[in-house]
Design a protein around this ligand. Structure first.
Ligand SMILES: NC(=O)c1ccc[n+]([C@@H]2O[C@H](COP(=O)([O-])OP(=O)(O)OC[C@H]3O[C@@H](n4cnc5c(N)ncnc54)[C@H](OP(=O)(O)O)[C@@H]3O)[C@@H](O)[C@H]2O)c1
Length: 267
């Protein structure tokens, strides 16, 4: 792994007798990755919600292959994925990604235990599922045996029998919309109301598009996967286009094995 931006000594050309591989080959420790992806420090008014998305895309813009993101990911991408989870209070995810990717509860990792405790965080982030239908298998470990209760964010008029099933399984249900659906800004506020301000969303594209359209996305951690897939796969954000393109600024870019790990924040 090497840092391409901001440019440092590590980015510079190799010295005499040193191959590019010497610089490119070192695996970063989890502490180094955590430092590279630290959430912003709270301002004088205390912690405010910061919503970061972590997504992977091929060179031609596909957000999945054969219905999953794993084929376009890499070991380093999964290491960053795990680090971003370890920094977050909560992982916000659309129900279709939960169904297709077979989401499990986030696990507590010994490497991050001390820093999470010092930051006042639970041993693992909660998973917060955004759903209107609540068409989820509540017998899965995501609901029955997480370290931290899984959250369901839905609309106020969600089906009462599905709400009851979610709660029976141990999930905590939050209403964040007046109809069946969730209002993205209200979802952020509902999570902040529980003390969750370090927010991470893992998509999918239909959810991310709504977060973008609602103007609540602060940061995008985008992995550019050096692959071409063609076909009709979704892009990382879908739904109706925003009226004016939103400008983000490059914060950092890492590289390993041809994968680019970019970090952009709202400009
Ligand atoms: N490349 C990547 O980084 C990445 C990341 C994540 C996922 N993916 C891929 O993306 C695909 C799934 O993504 P997707 O875009 O189809 O689905 P998604 O965004 O994960 O989930 C869509 C579902 O979320 C719920 N939802 C979304 N907005 C809502 C709102 N405002 N109110 C209430 N519920 C809402 C609905 O659930 P209900 O139907 O239950 O009502 C909706 O059907 C998978 O193939 C996955 O592999 C790729």
């Amino acid at each position: 792994m090497r840092r391409l931006f901001p440019v440092t000594d590590e980015t510079a050309a190799p010295g005499p007798g040193e191959g590019v591989a010497d610089r490119a080959g070192r695996e970063w420790s989890l502490d180094e990755l955590a430092a590279a992806y630290a959430y912003p420090e709270p301002g004088p008014e205390g912690p405010a919600p910061w919503l970061r998305a972590n997504m992977v895309s091929t060179l031609d813009g596909a957000a999945q292959h054969d219905g999953r993101s794993q084929p376009i990911s890499s070991a380093a991408d999964m290491r960053i994925f795990g680090t971003l989870r370890a920094l977050a209070d909560v992982v916000v995810v659309g129900a279709e990604t939960v169904r297709r990717e077979g989401y499990r509860p986030a696990r507590a990792r010994a490497e991050f235990a001390a820093t999470r405790e010092a930051a006042g965080q639970t041993p693992a982030p909660a998973i917060a599922v955004i759903t209107a239908s609540l068409d989820l298998d509540f017998s899965l470990p995501l609901f029955t045996s997480p370290l931290v209760p899984t959250l369901i964010l839905t609309g106020a008029s969600a089906a009462p029998d599905r709400l009851a099933a979610a709660e029976r399984a141990g999930a905590r249900v939050l209403a964040a919309g007046d109809g069946v659906g969730v209002d993205p800004a209200r979802a952020v506020q509902a999570l902040a109301g529980l003390g969750h301000t370090r927010l991470l969303t893992e998509g999918g594209p239909r959810l991310l598009g709504q977060l973008v359209a609602a103007g609540v996305l602060d940061e995008l951690c985008l992995t550019v996967s050096p692959m071409l897939t063609a076909g009709g796969a979704q892009r990382i954000a879908g739904g109706p286009a925003v009226p004016v393109p939103q400008r983000f600024g490059l914060v950092s870019m890492l590289e390993e094995d041809g994968f680019l790990f970019t970090r952009y924040a709202r400009a």
